[in-house]
Design a protein around this ligand. Structure first.
Ligand code: C5P
Length: 242
């Protein structure tokens, strides 16, 4: 897969019109467009076909399912009817993951969300996570990656800080998707992301795909910003595991 193919752009916009605008604008720079809660809730499943009709890029349905197994199984069955979707996210929970992997259509890969990149040690502690795990989220991510692997998921979502450890342990058995990307040159300062790394570092550390939203969306020139991200991905691939 080339560098462009590894860039996921989240369509974090309120309506189909804006989603179409970004798909047209970034179609040559981006490998996968991500449909998240905001767009899916406002436009419904038809947005997936609307995007698919504009691009050959992949579509990632990022609804981060987390409910009792029977409910998520049904949601996965419904999502499986969306022919253009190639990735779907489910929160990491062993019983849940095992119940849903058998329900998903062949064209869709399930990614397990390990530890959200917006959570830092303090937040993990307040959620009741043991001190030694909260202090060093890598251990928690590895534990959850194991659960995902055992359940038969295609991949996981984790930060670029944990990607090396996951790649070392699971090799190509788990696809790593990494959000929480903040280029050195970006304008995005403090926001809700906590465990952040640059595009270069994420890929060098082993991320297979990176999710880059605001650093591209809020740039003066989103096309140029996306091209810069792709350049960093290329460099990260060259220096991988050095
Ligand atoms: O780059 P930016 O912070 O704008 O990216 C935000 C996107 O990353 C959102 O669509 C959000 O759902 C996604 N994300 C994710 N997993 C995380 C953190 C953010 O998929 N752990």
């Amino acid at each position: 897969m080339n560098a462009k193919g590894r860039l996921i752009f989240p369509l974090d916009v309120p309506d189909a019109e804006q989603a179409r605008k970004y798909v047209r604008l970034l179609n040559n720079q981006v490998g996968v467009f991500k449909v998240g809660l905001e767009l899916f809730v406002s436009e419904g499943p038809s947005i997936v076909d609307a995007i698919g009709n504009l691009t050959d890029a992949g579509i990632f349905l990022d609804l981060k399912f987390h409910d009792i197994p029977a409910t998520v199984q049904r949601a996965i069955r419904s999502a499986s009817c969306l022919q253009k979707v190639s990735f779907i996210t489910v929160h990491c929970d062993p019983v849940l993951l095992e119940a849903v992997v058998t329900e998903v259509a062949e064209h869709i890969k399930i990614l397990a969300v390990t530890v959200l990149t917006s959570l830092d040690s303090k937040a993990l502690l307040s959620l009741g996570i043991r001190e030694e795990l909260a202090a060093e989220p890598i251990q928690l991510v590895l534990q959850r990656a194991s659960i995902a692997r055992q359940a038969g998921c295609a991949g996981i979502v984790c930060s670029g800080r944990e990607a090396t450890a996951v790649k070392k342990k699971f090799g190509e058995d788990l696809v790593i998707v990494t959000p929480g990307i903040r280029p050195d040159w970006g304008d995005v300062k403090r926001d809700d992301q906590a465990r952040v790394v640059t595009p270069y570092l994420a890929v060098k550390n082993g991320a297979d795909y990176i999710v880059v939203g605001r650093p591209i969306r809020t740039a003066d020139d989103p096309v140029k910003a996306a091209a810069r991200v792709v350049e960093e991905i290329e460099k990260g691939l060259q220096d991988r595991f050095i």
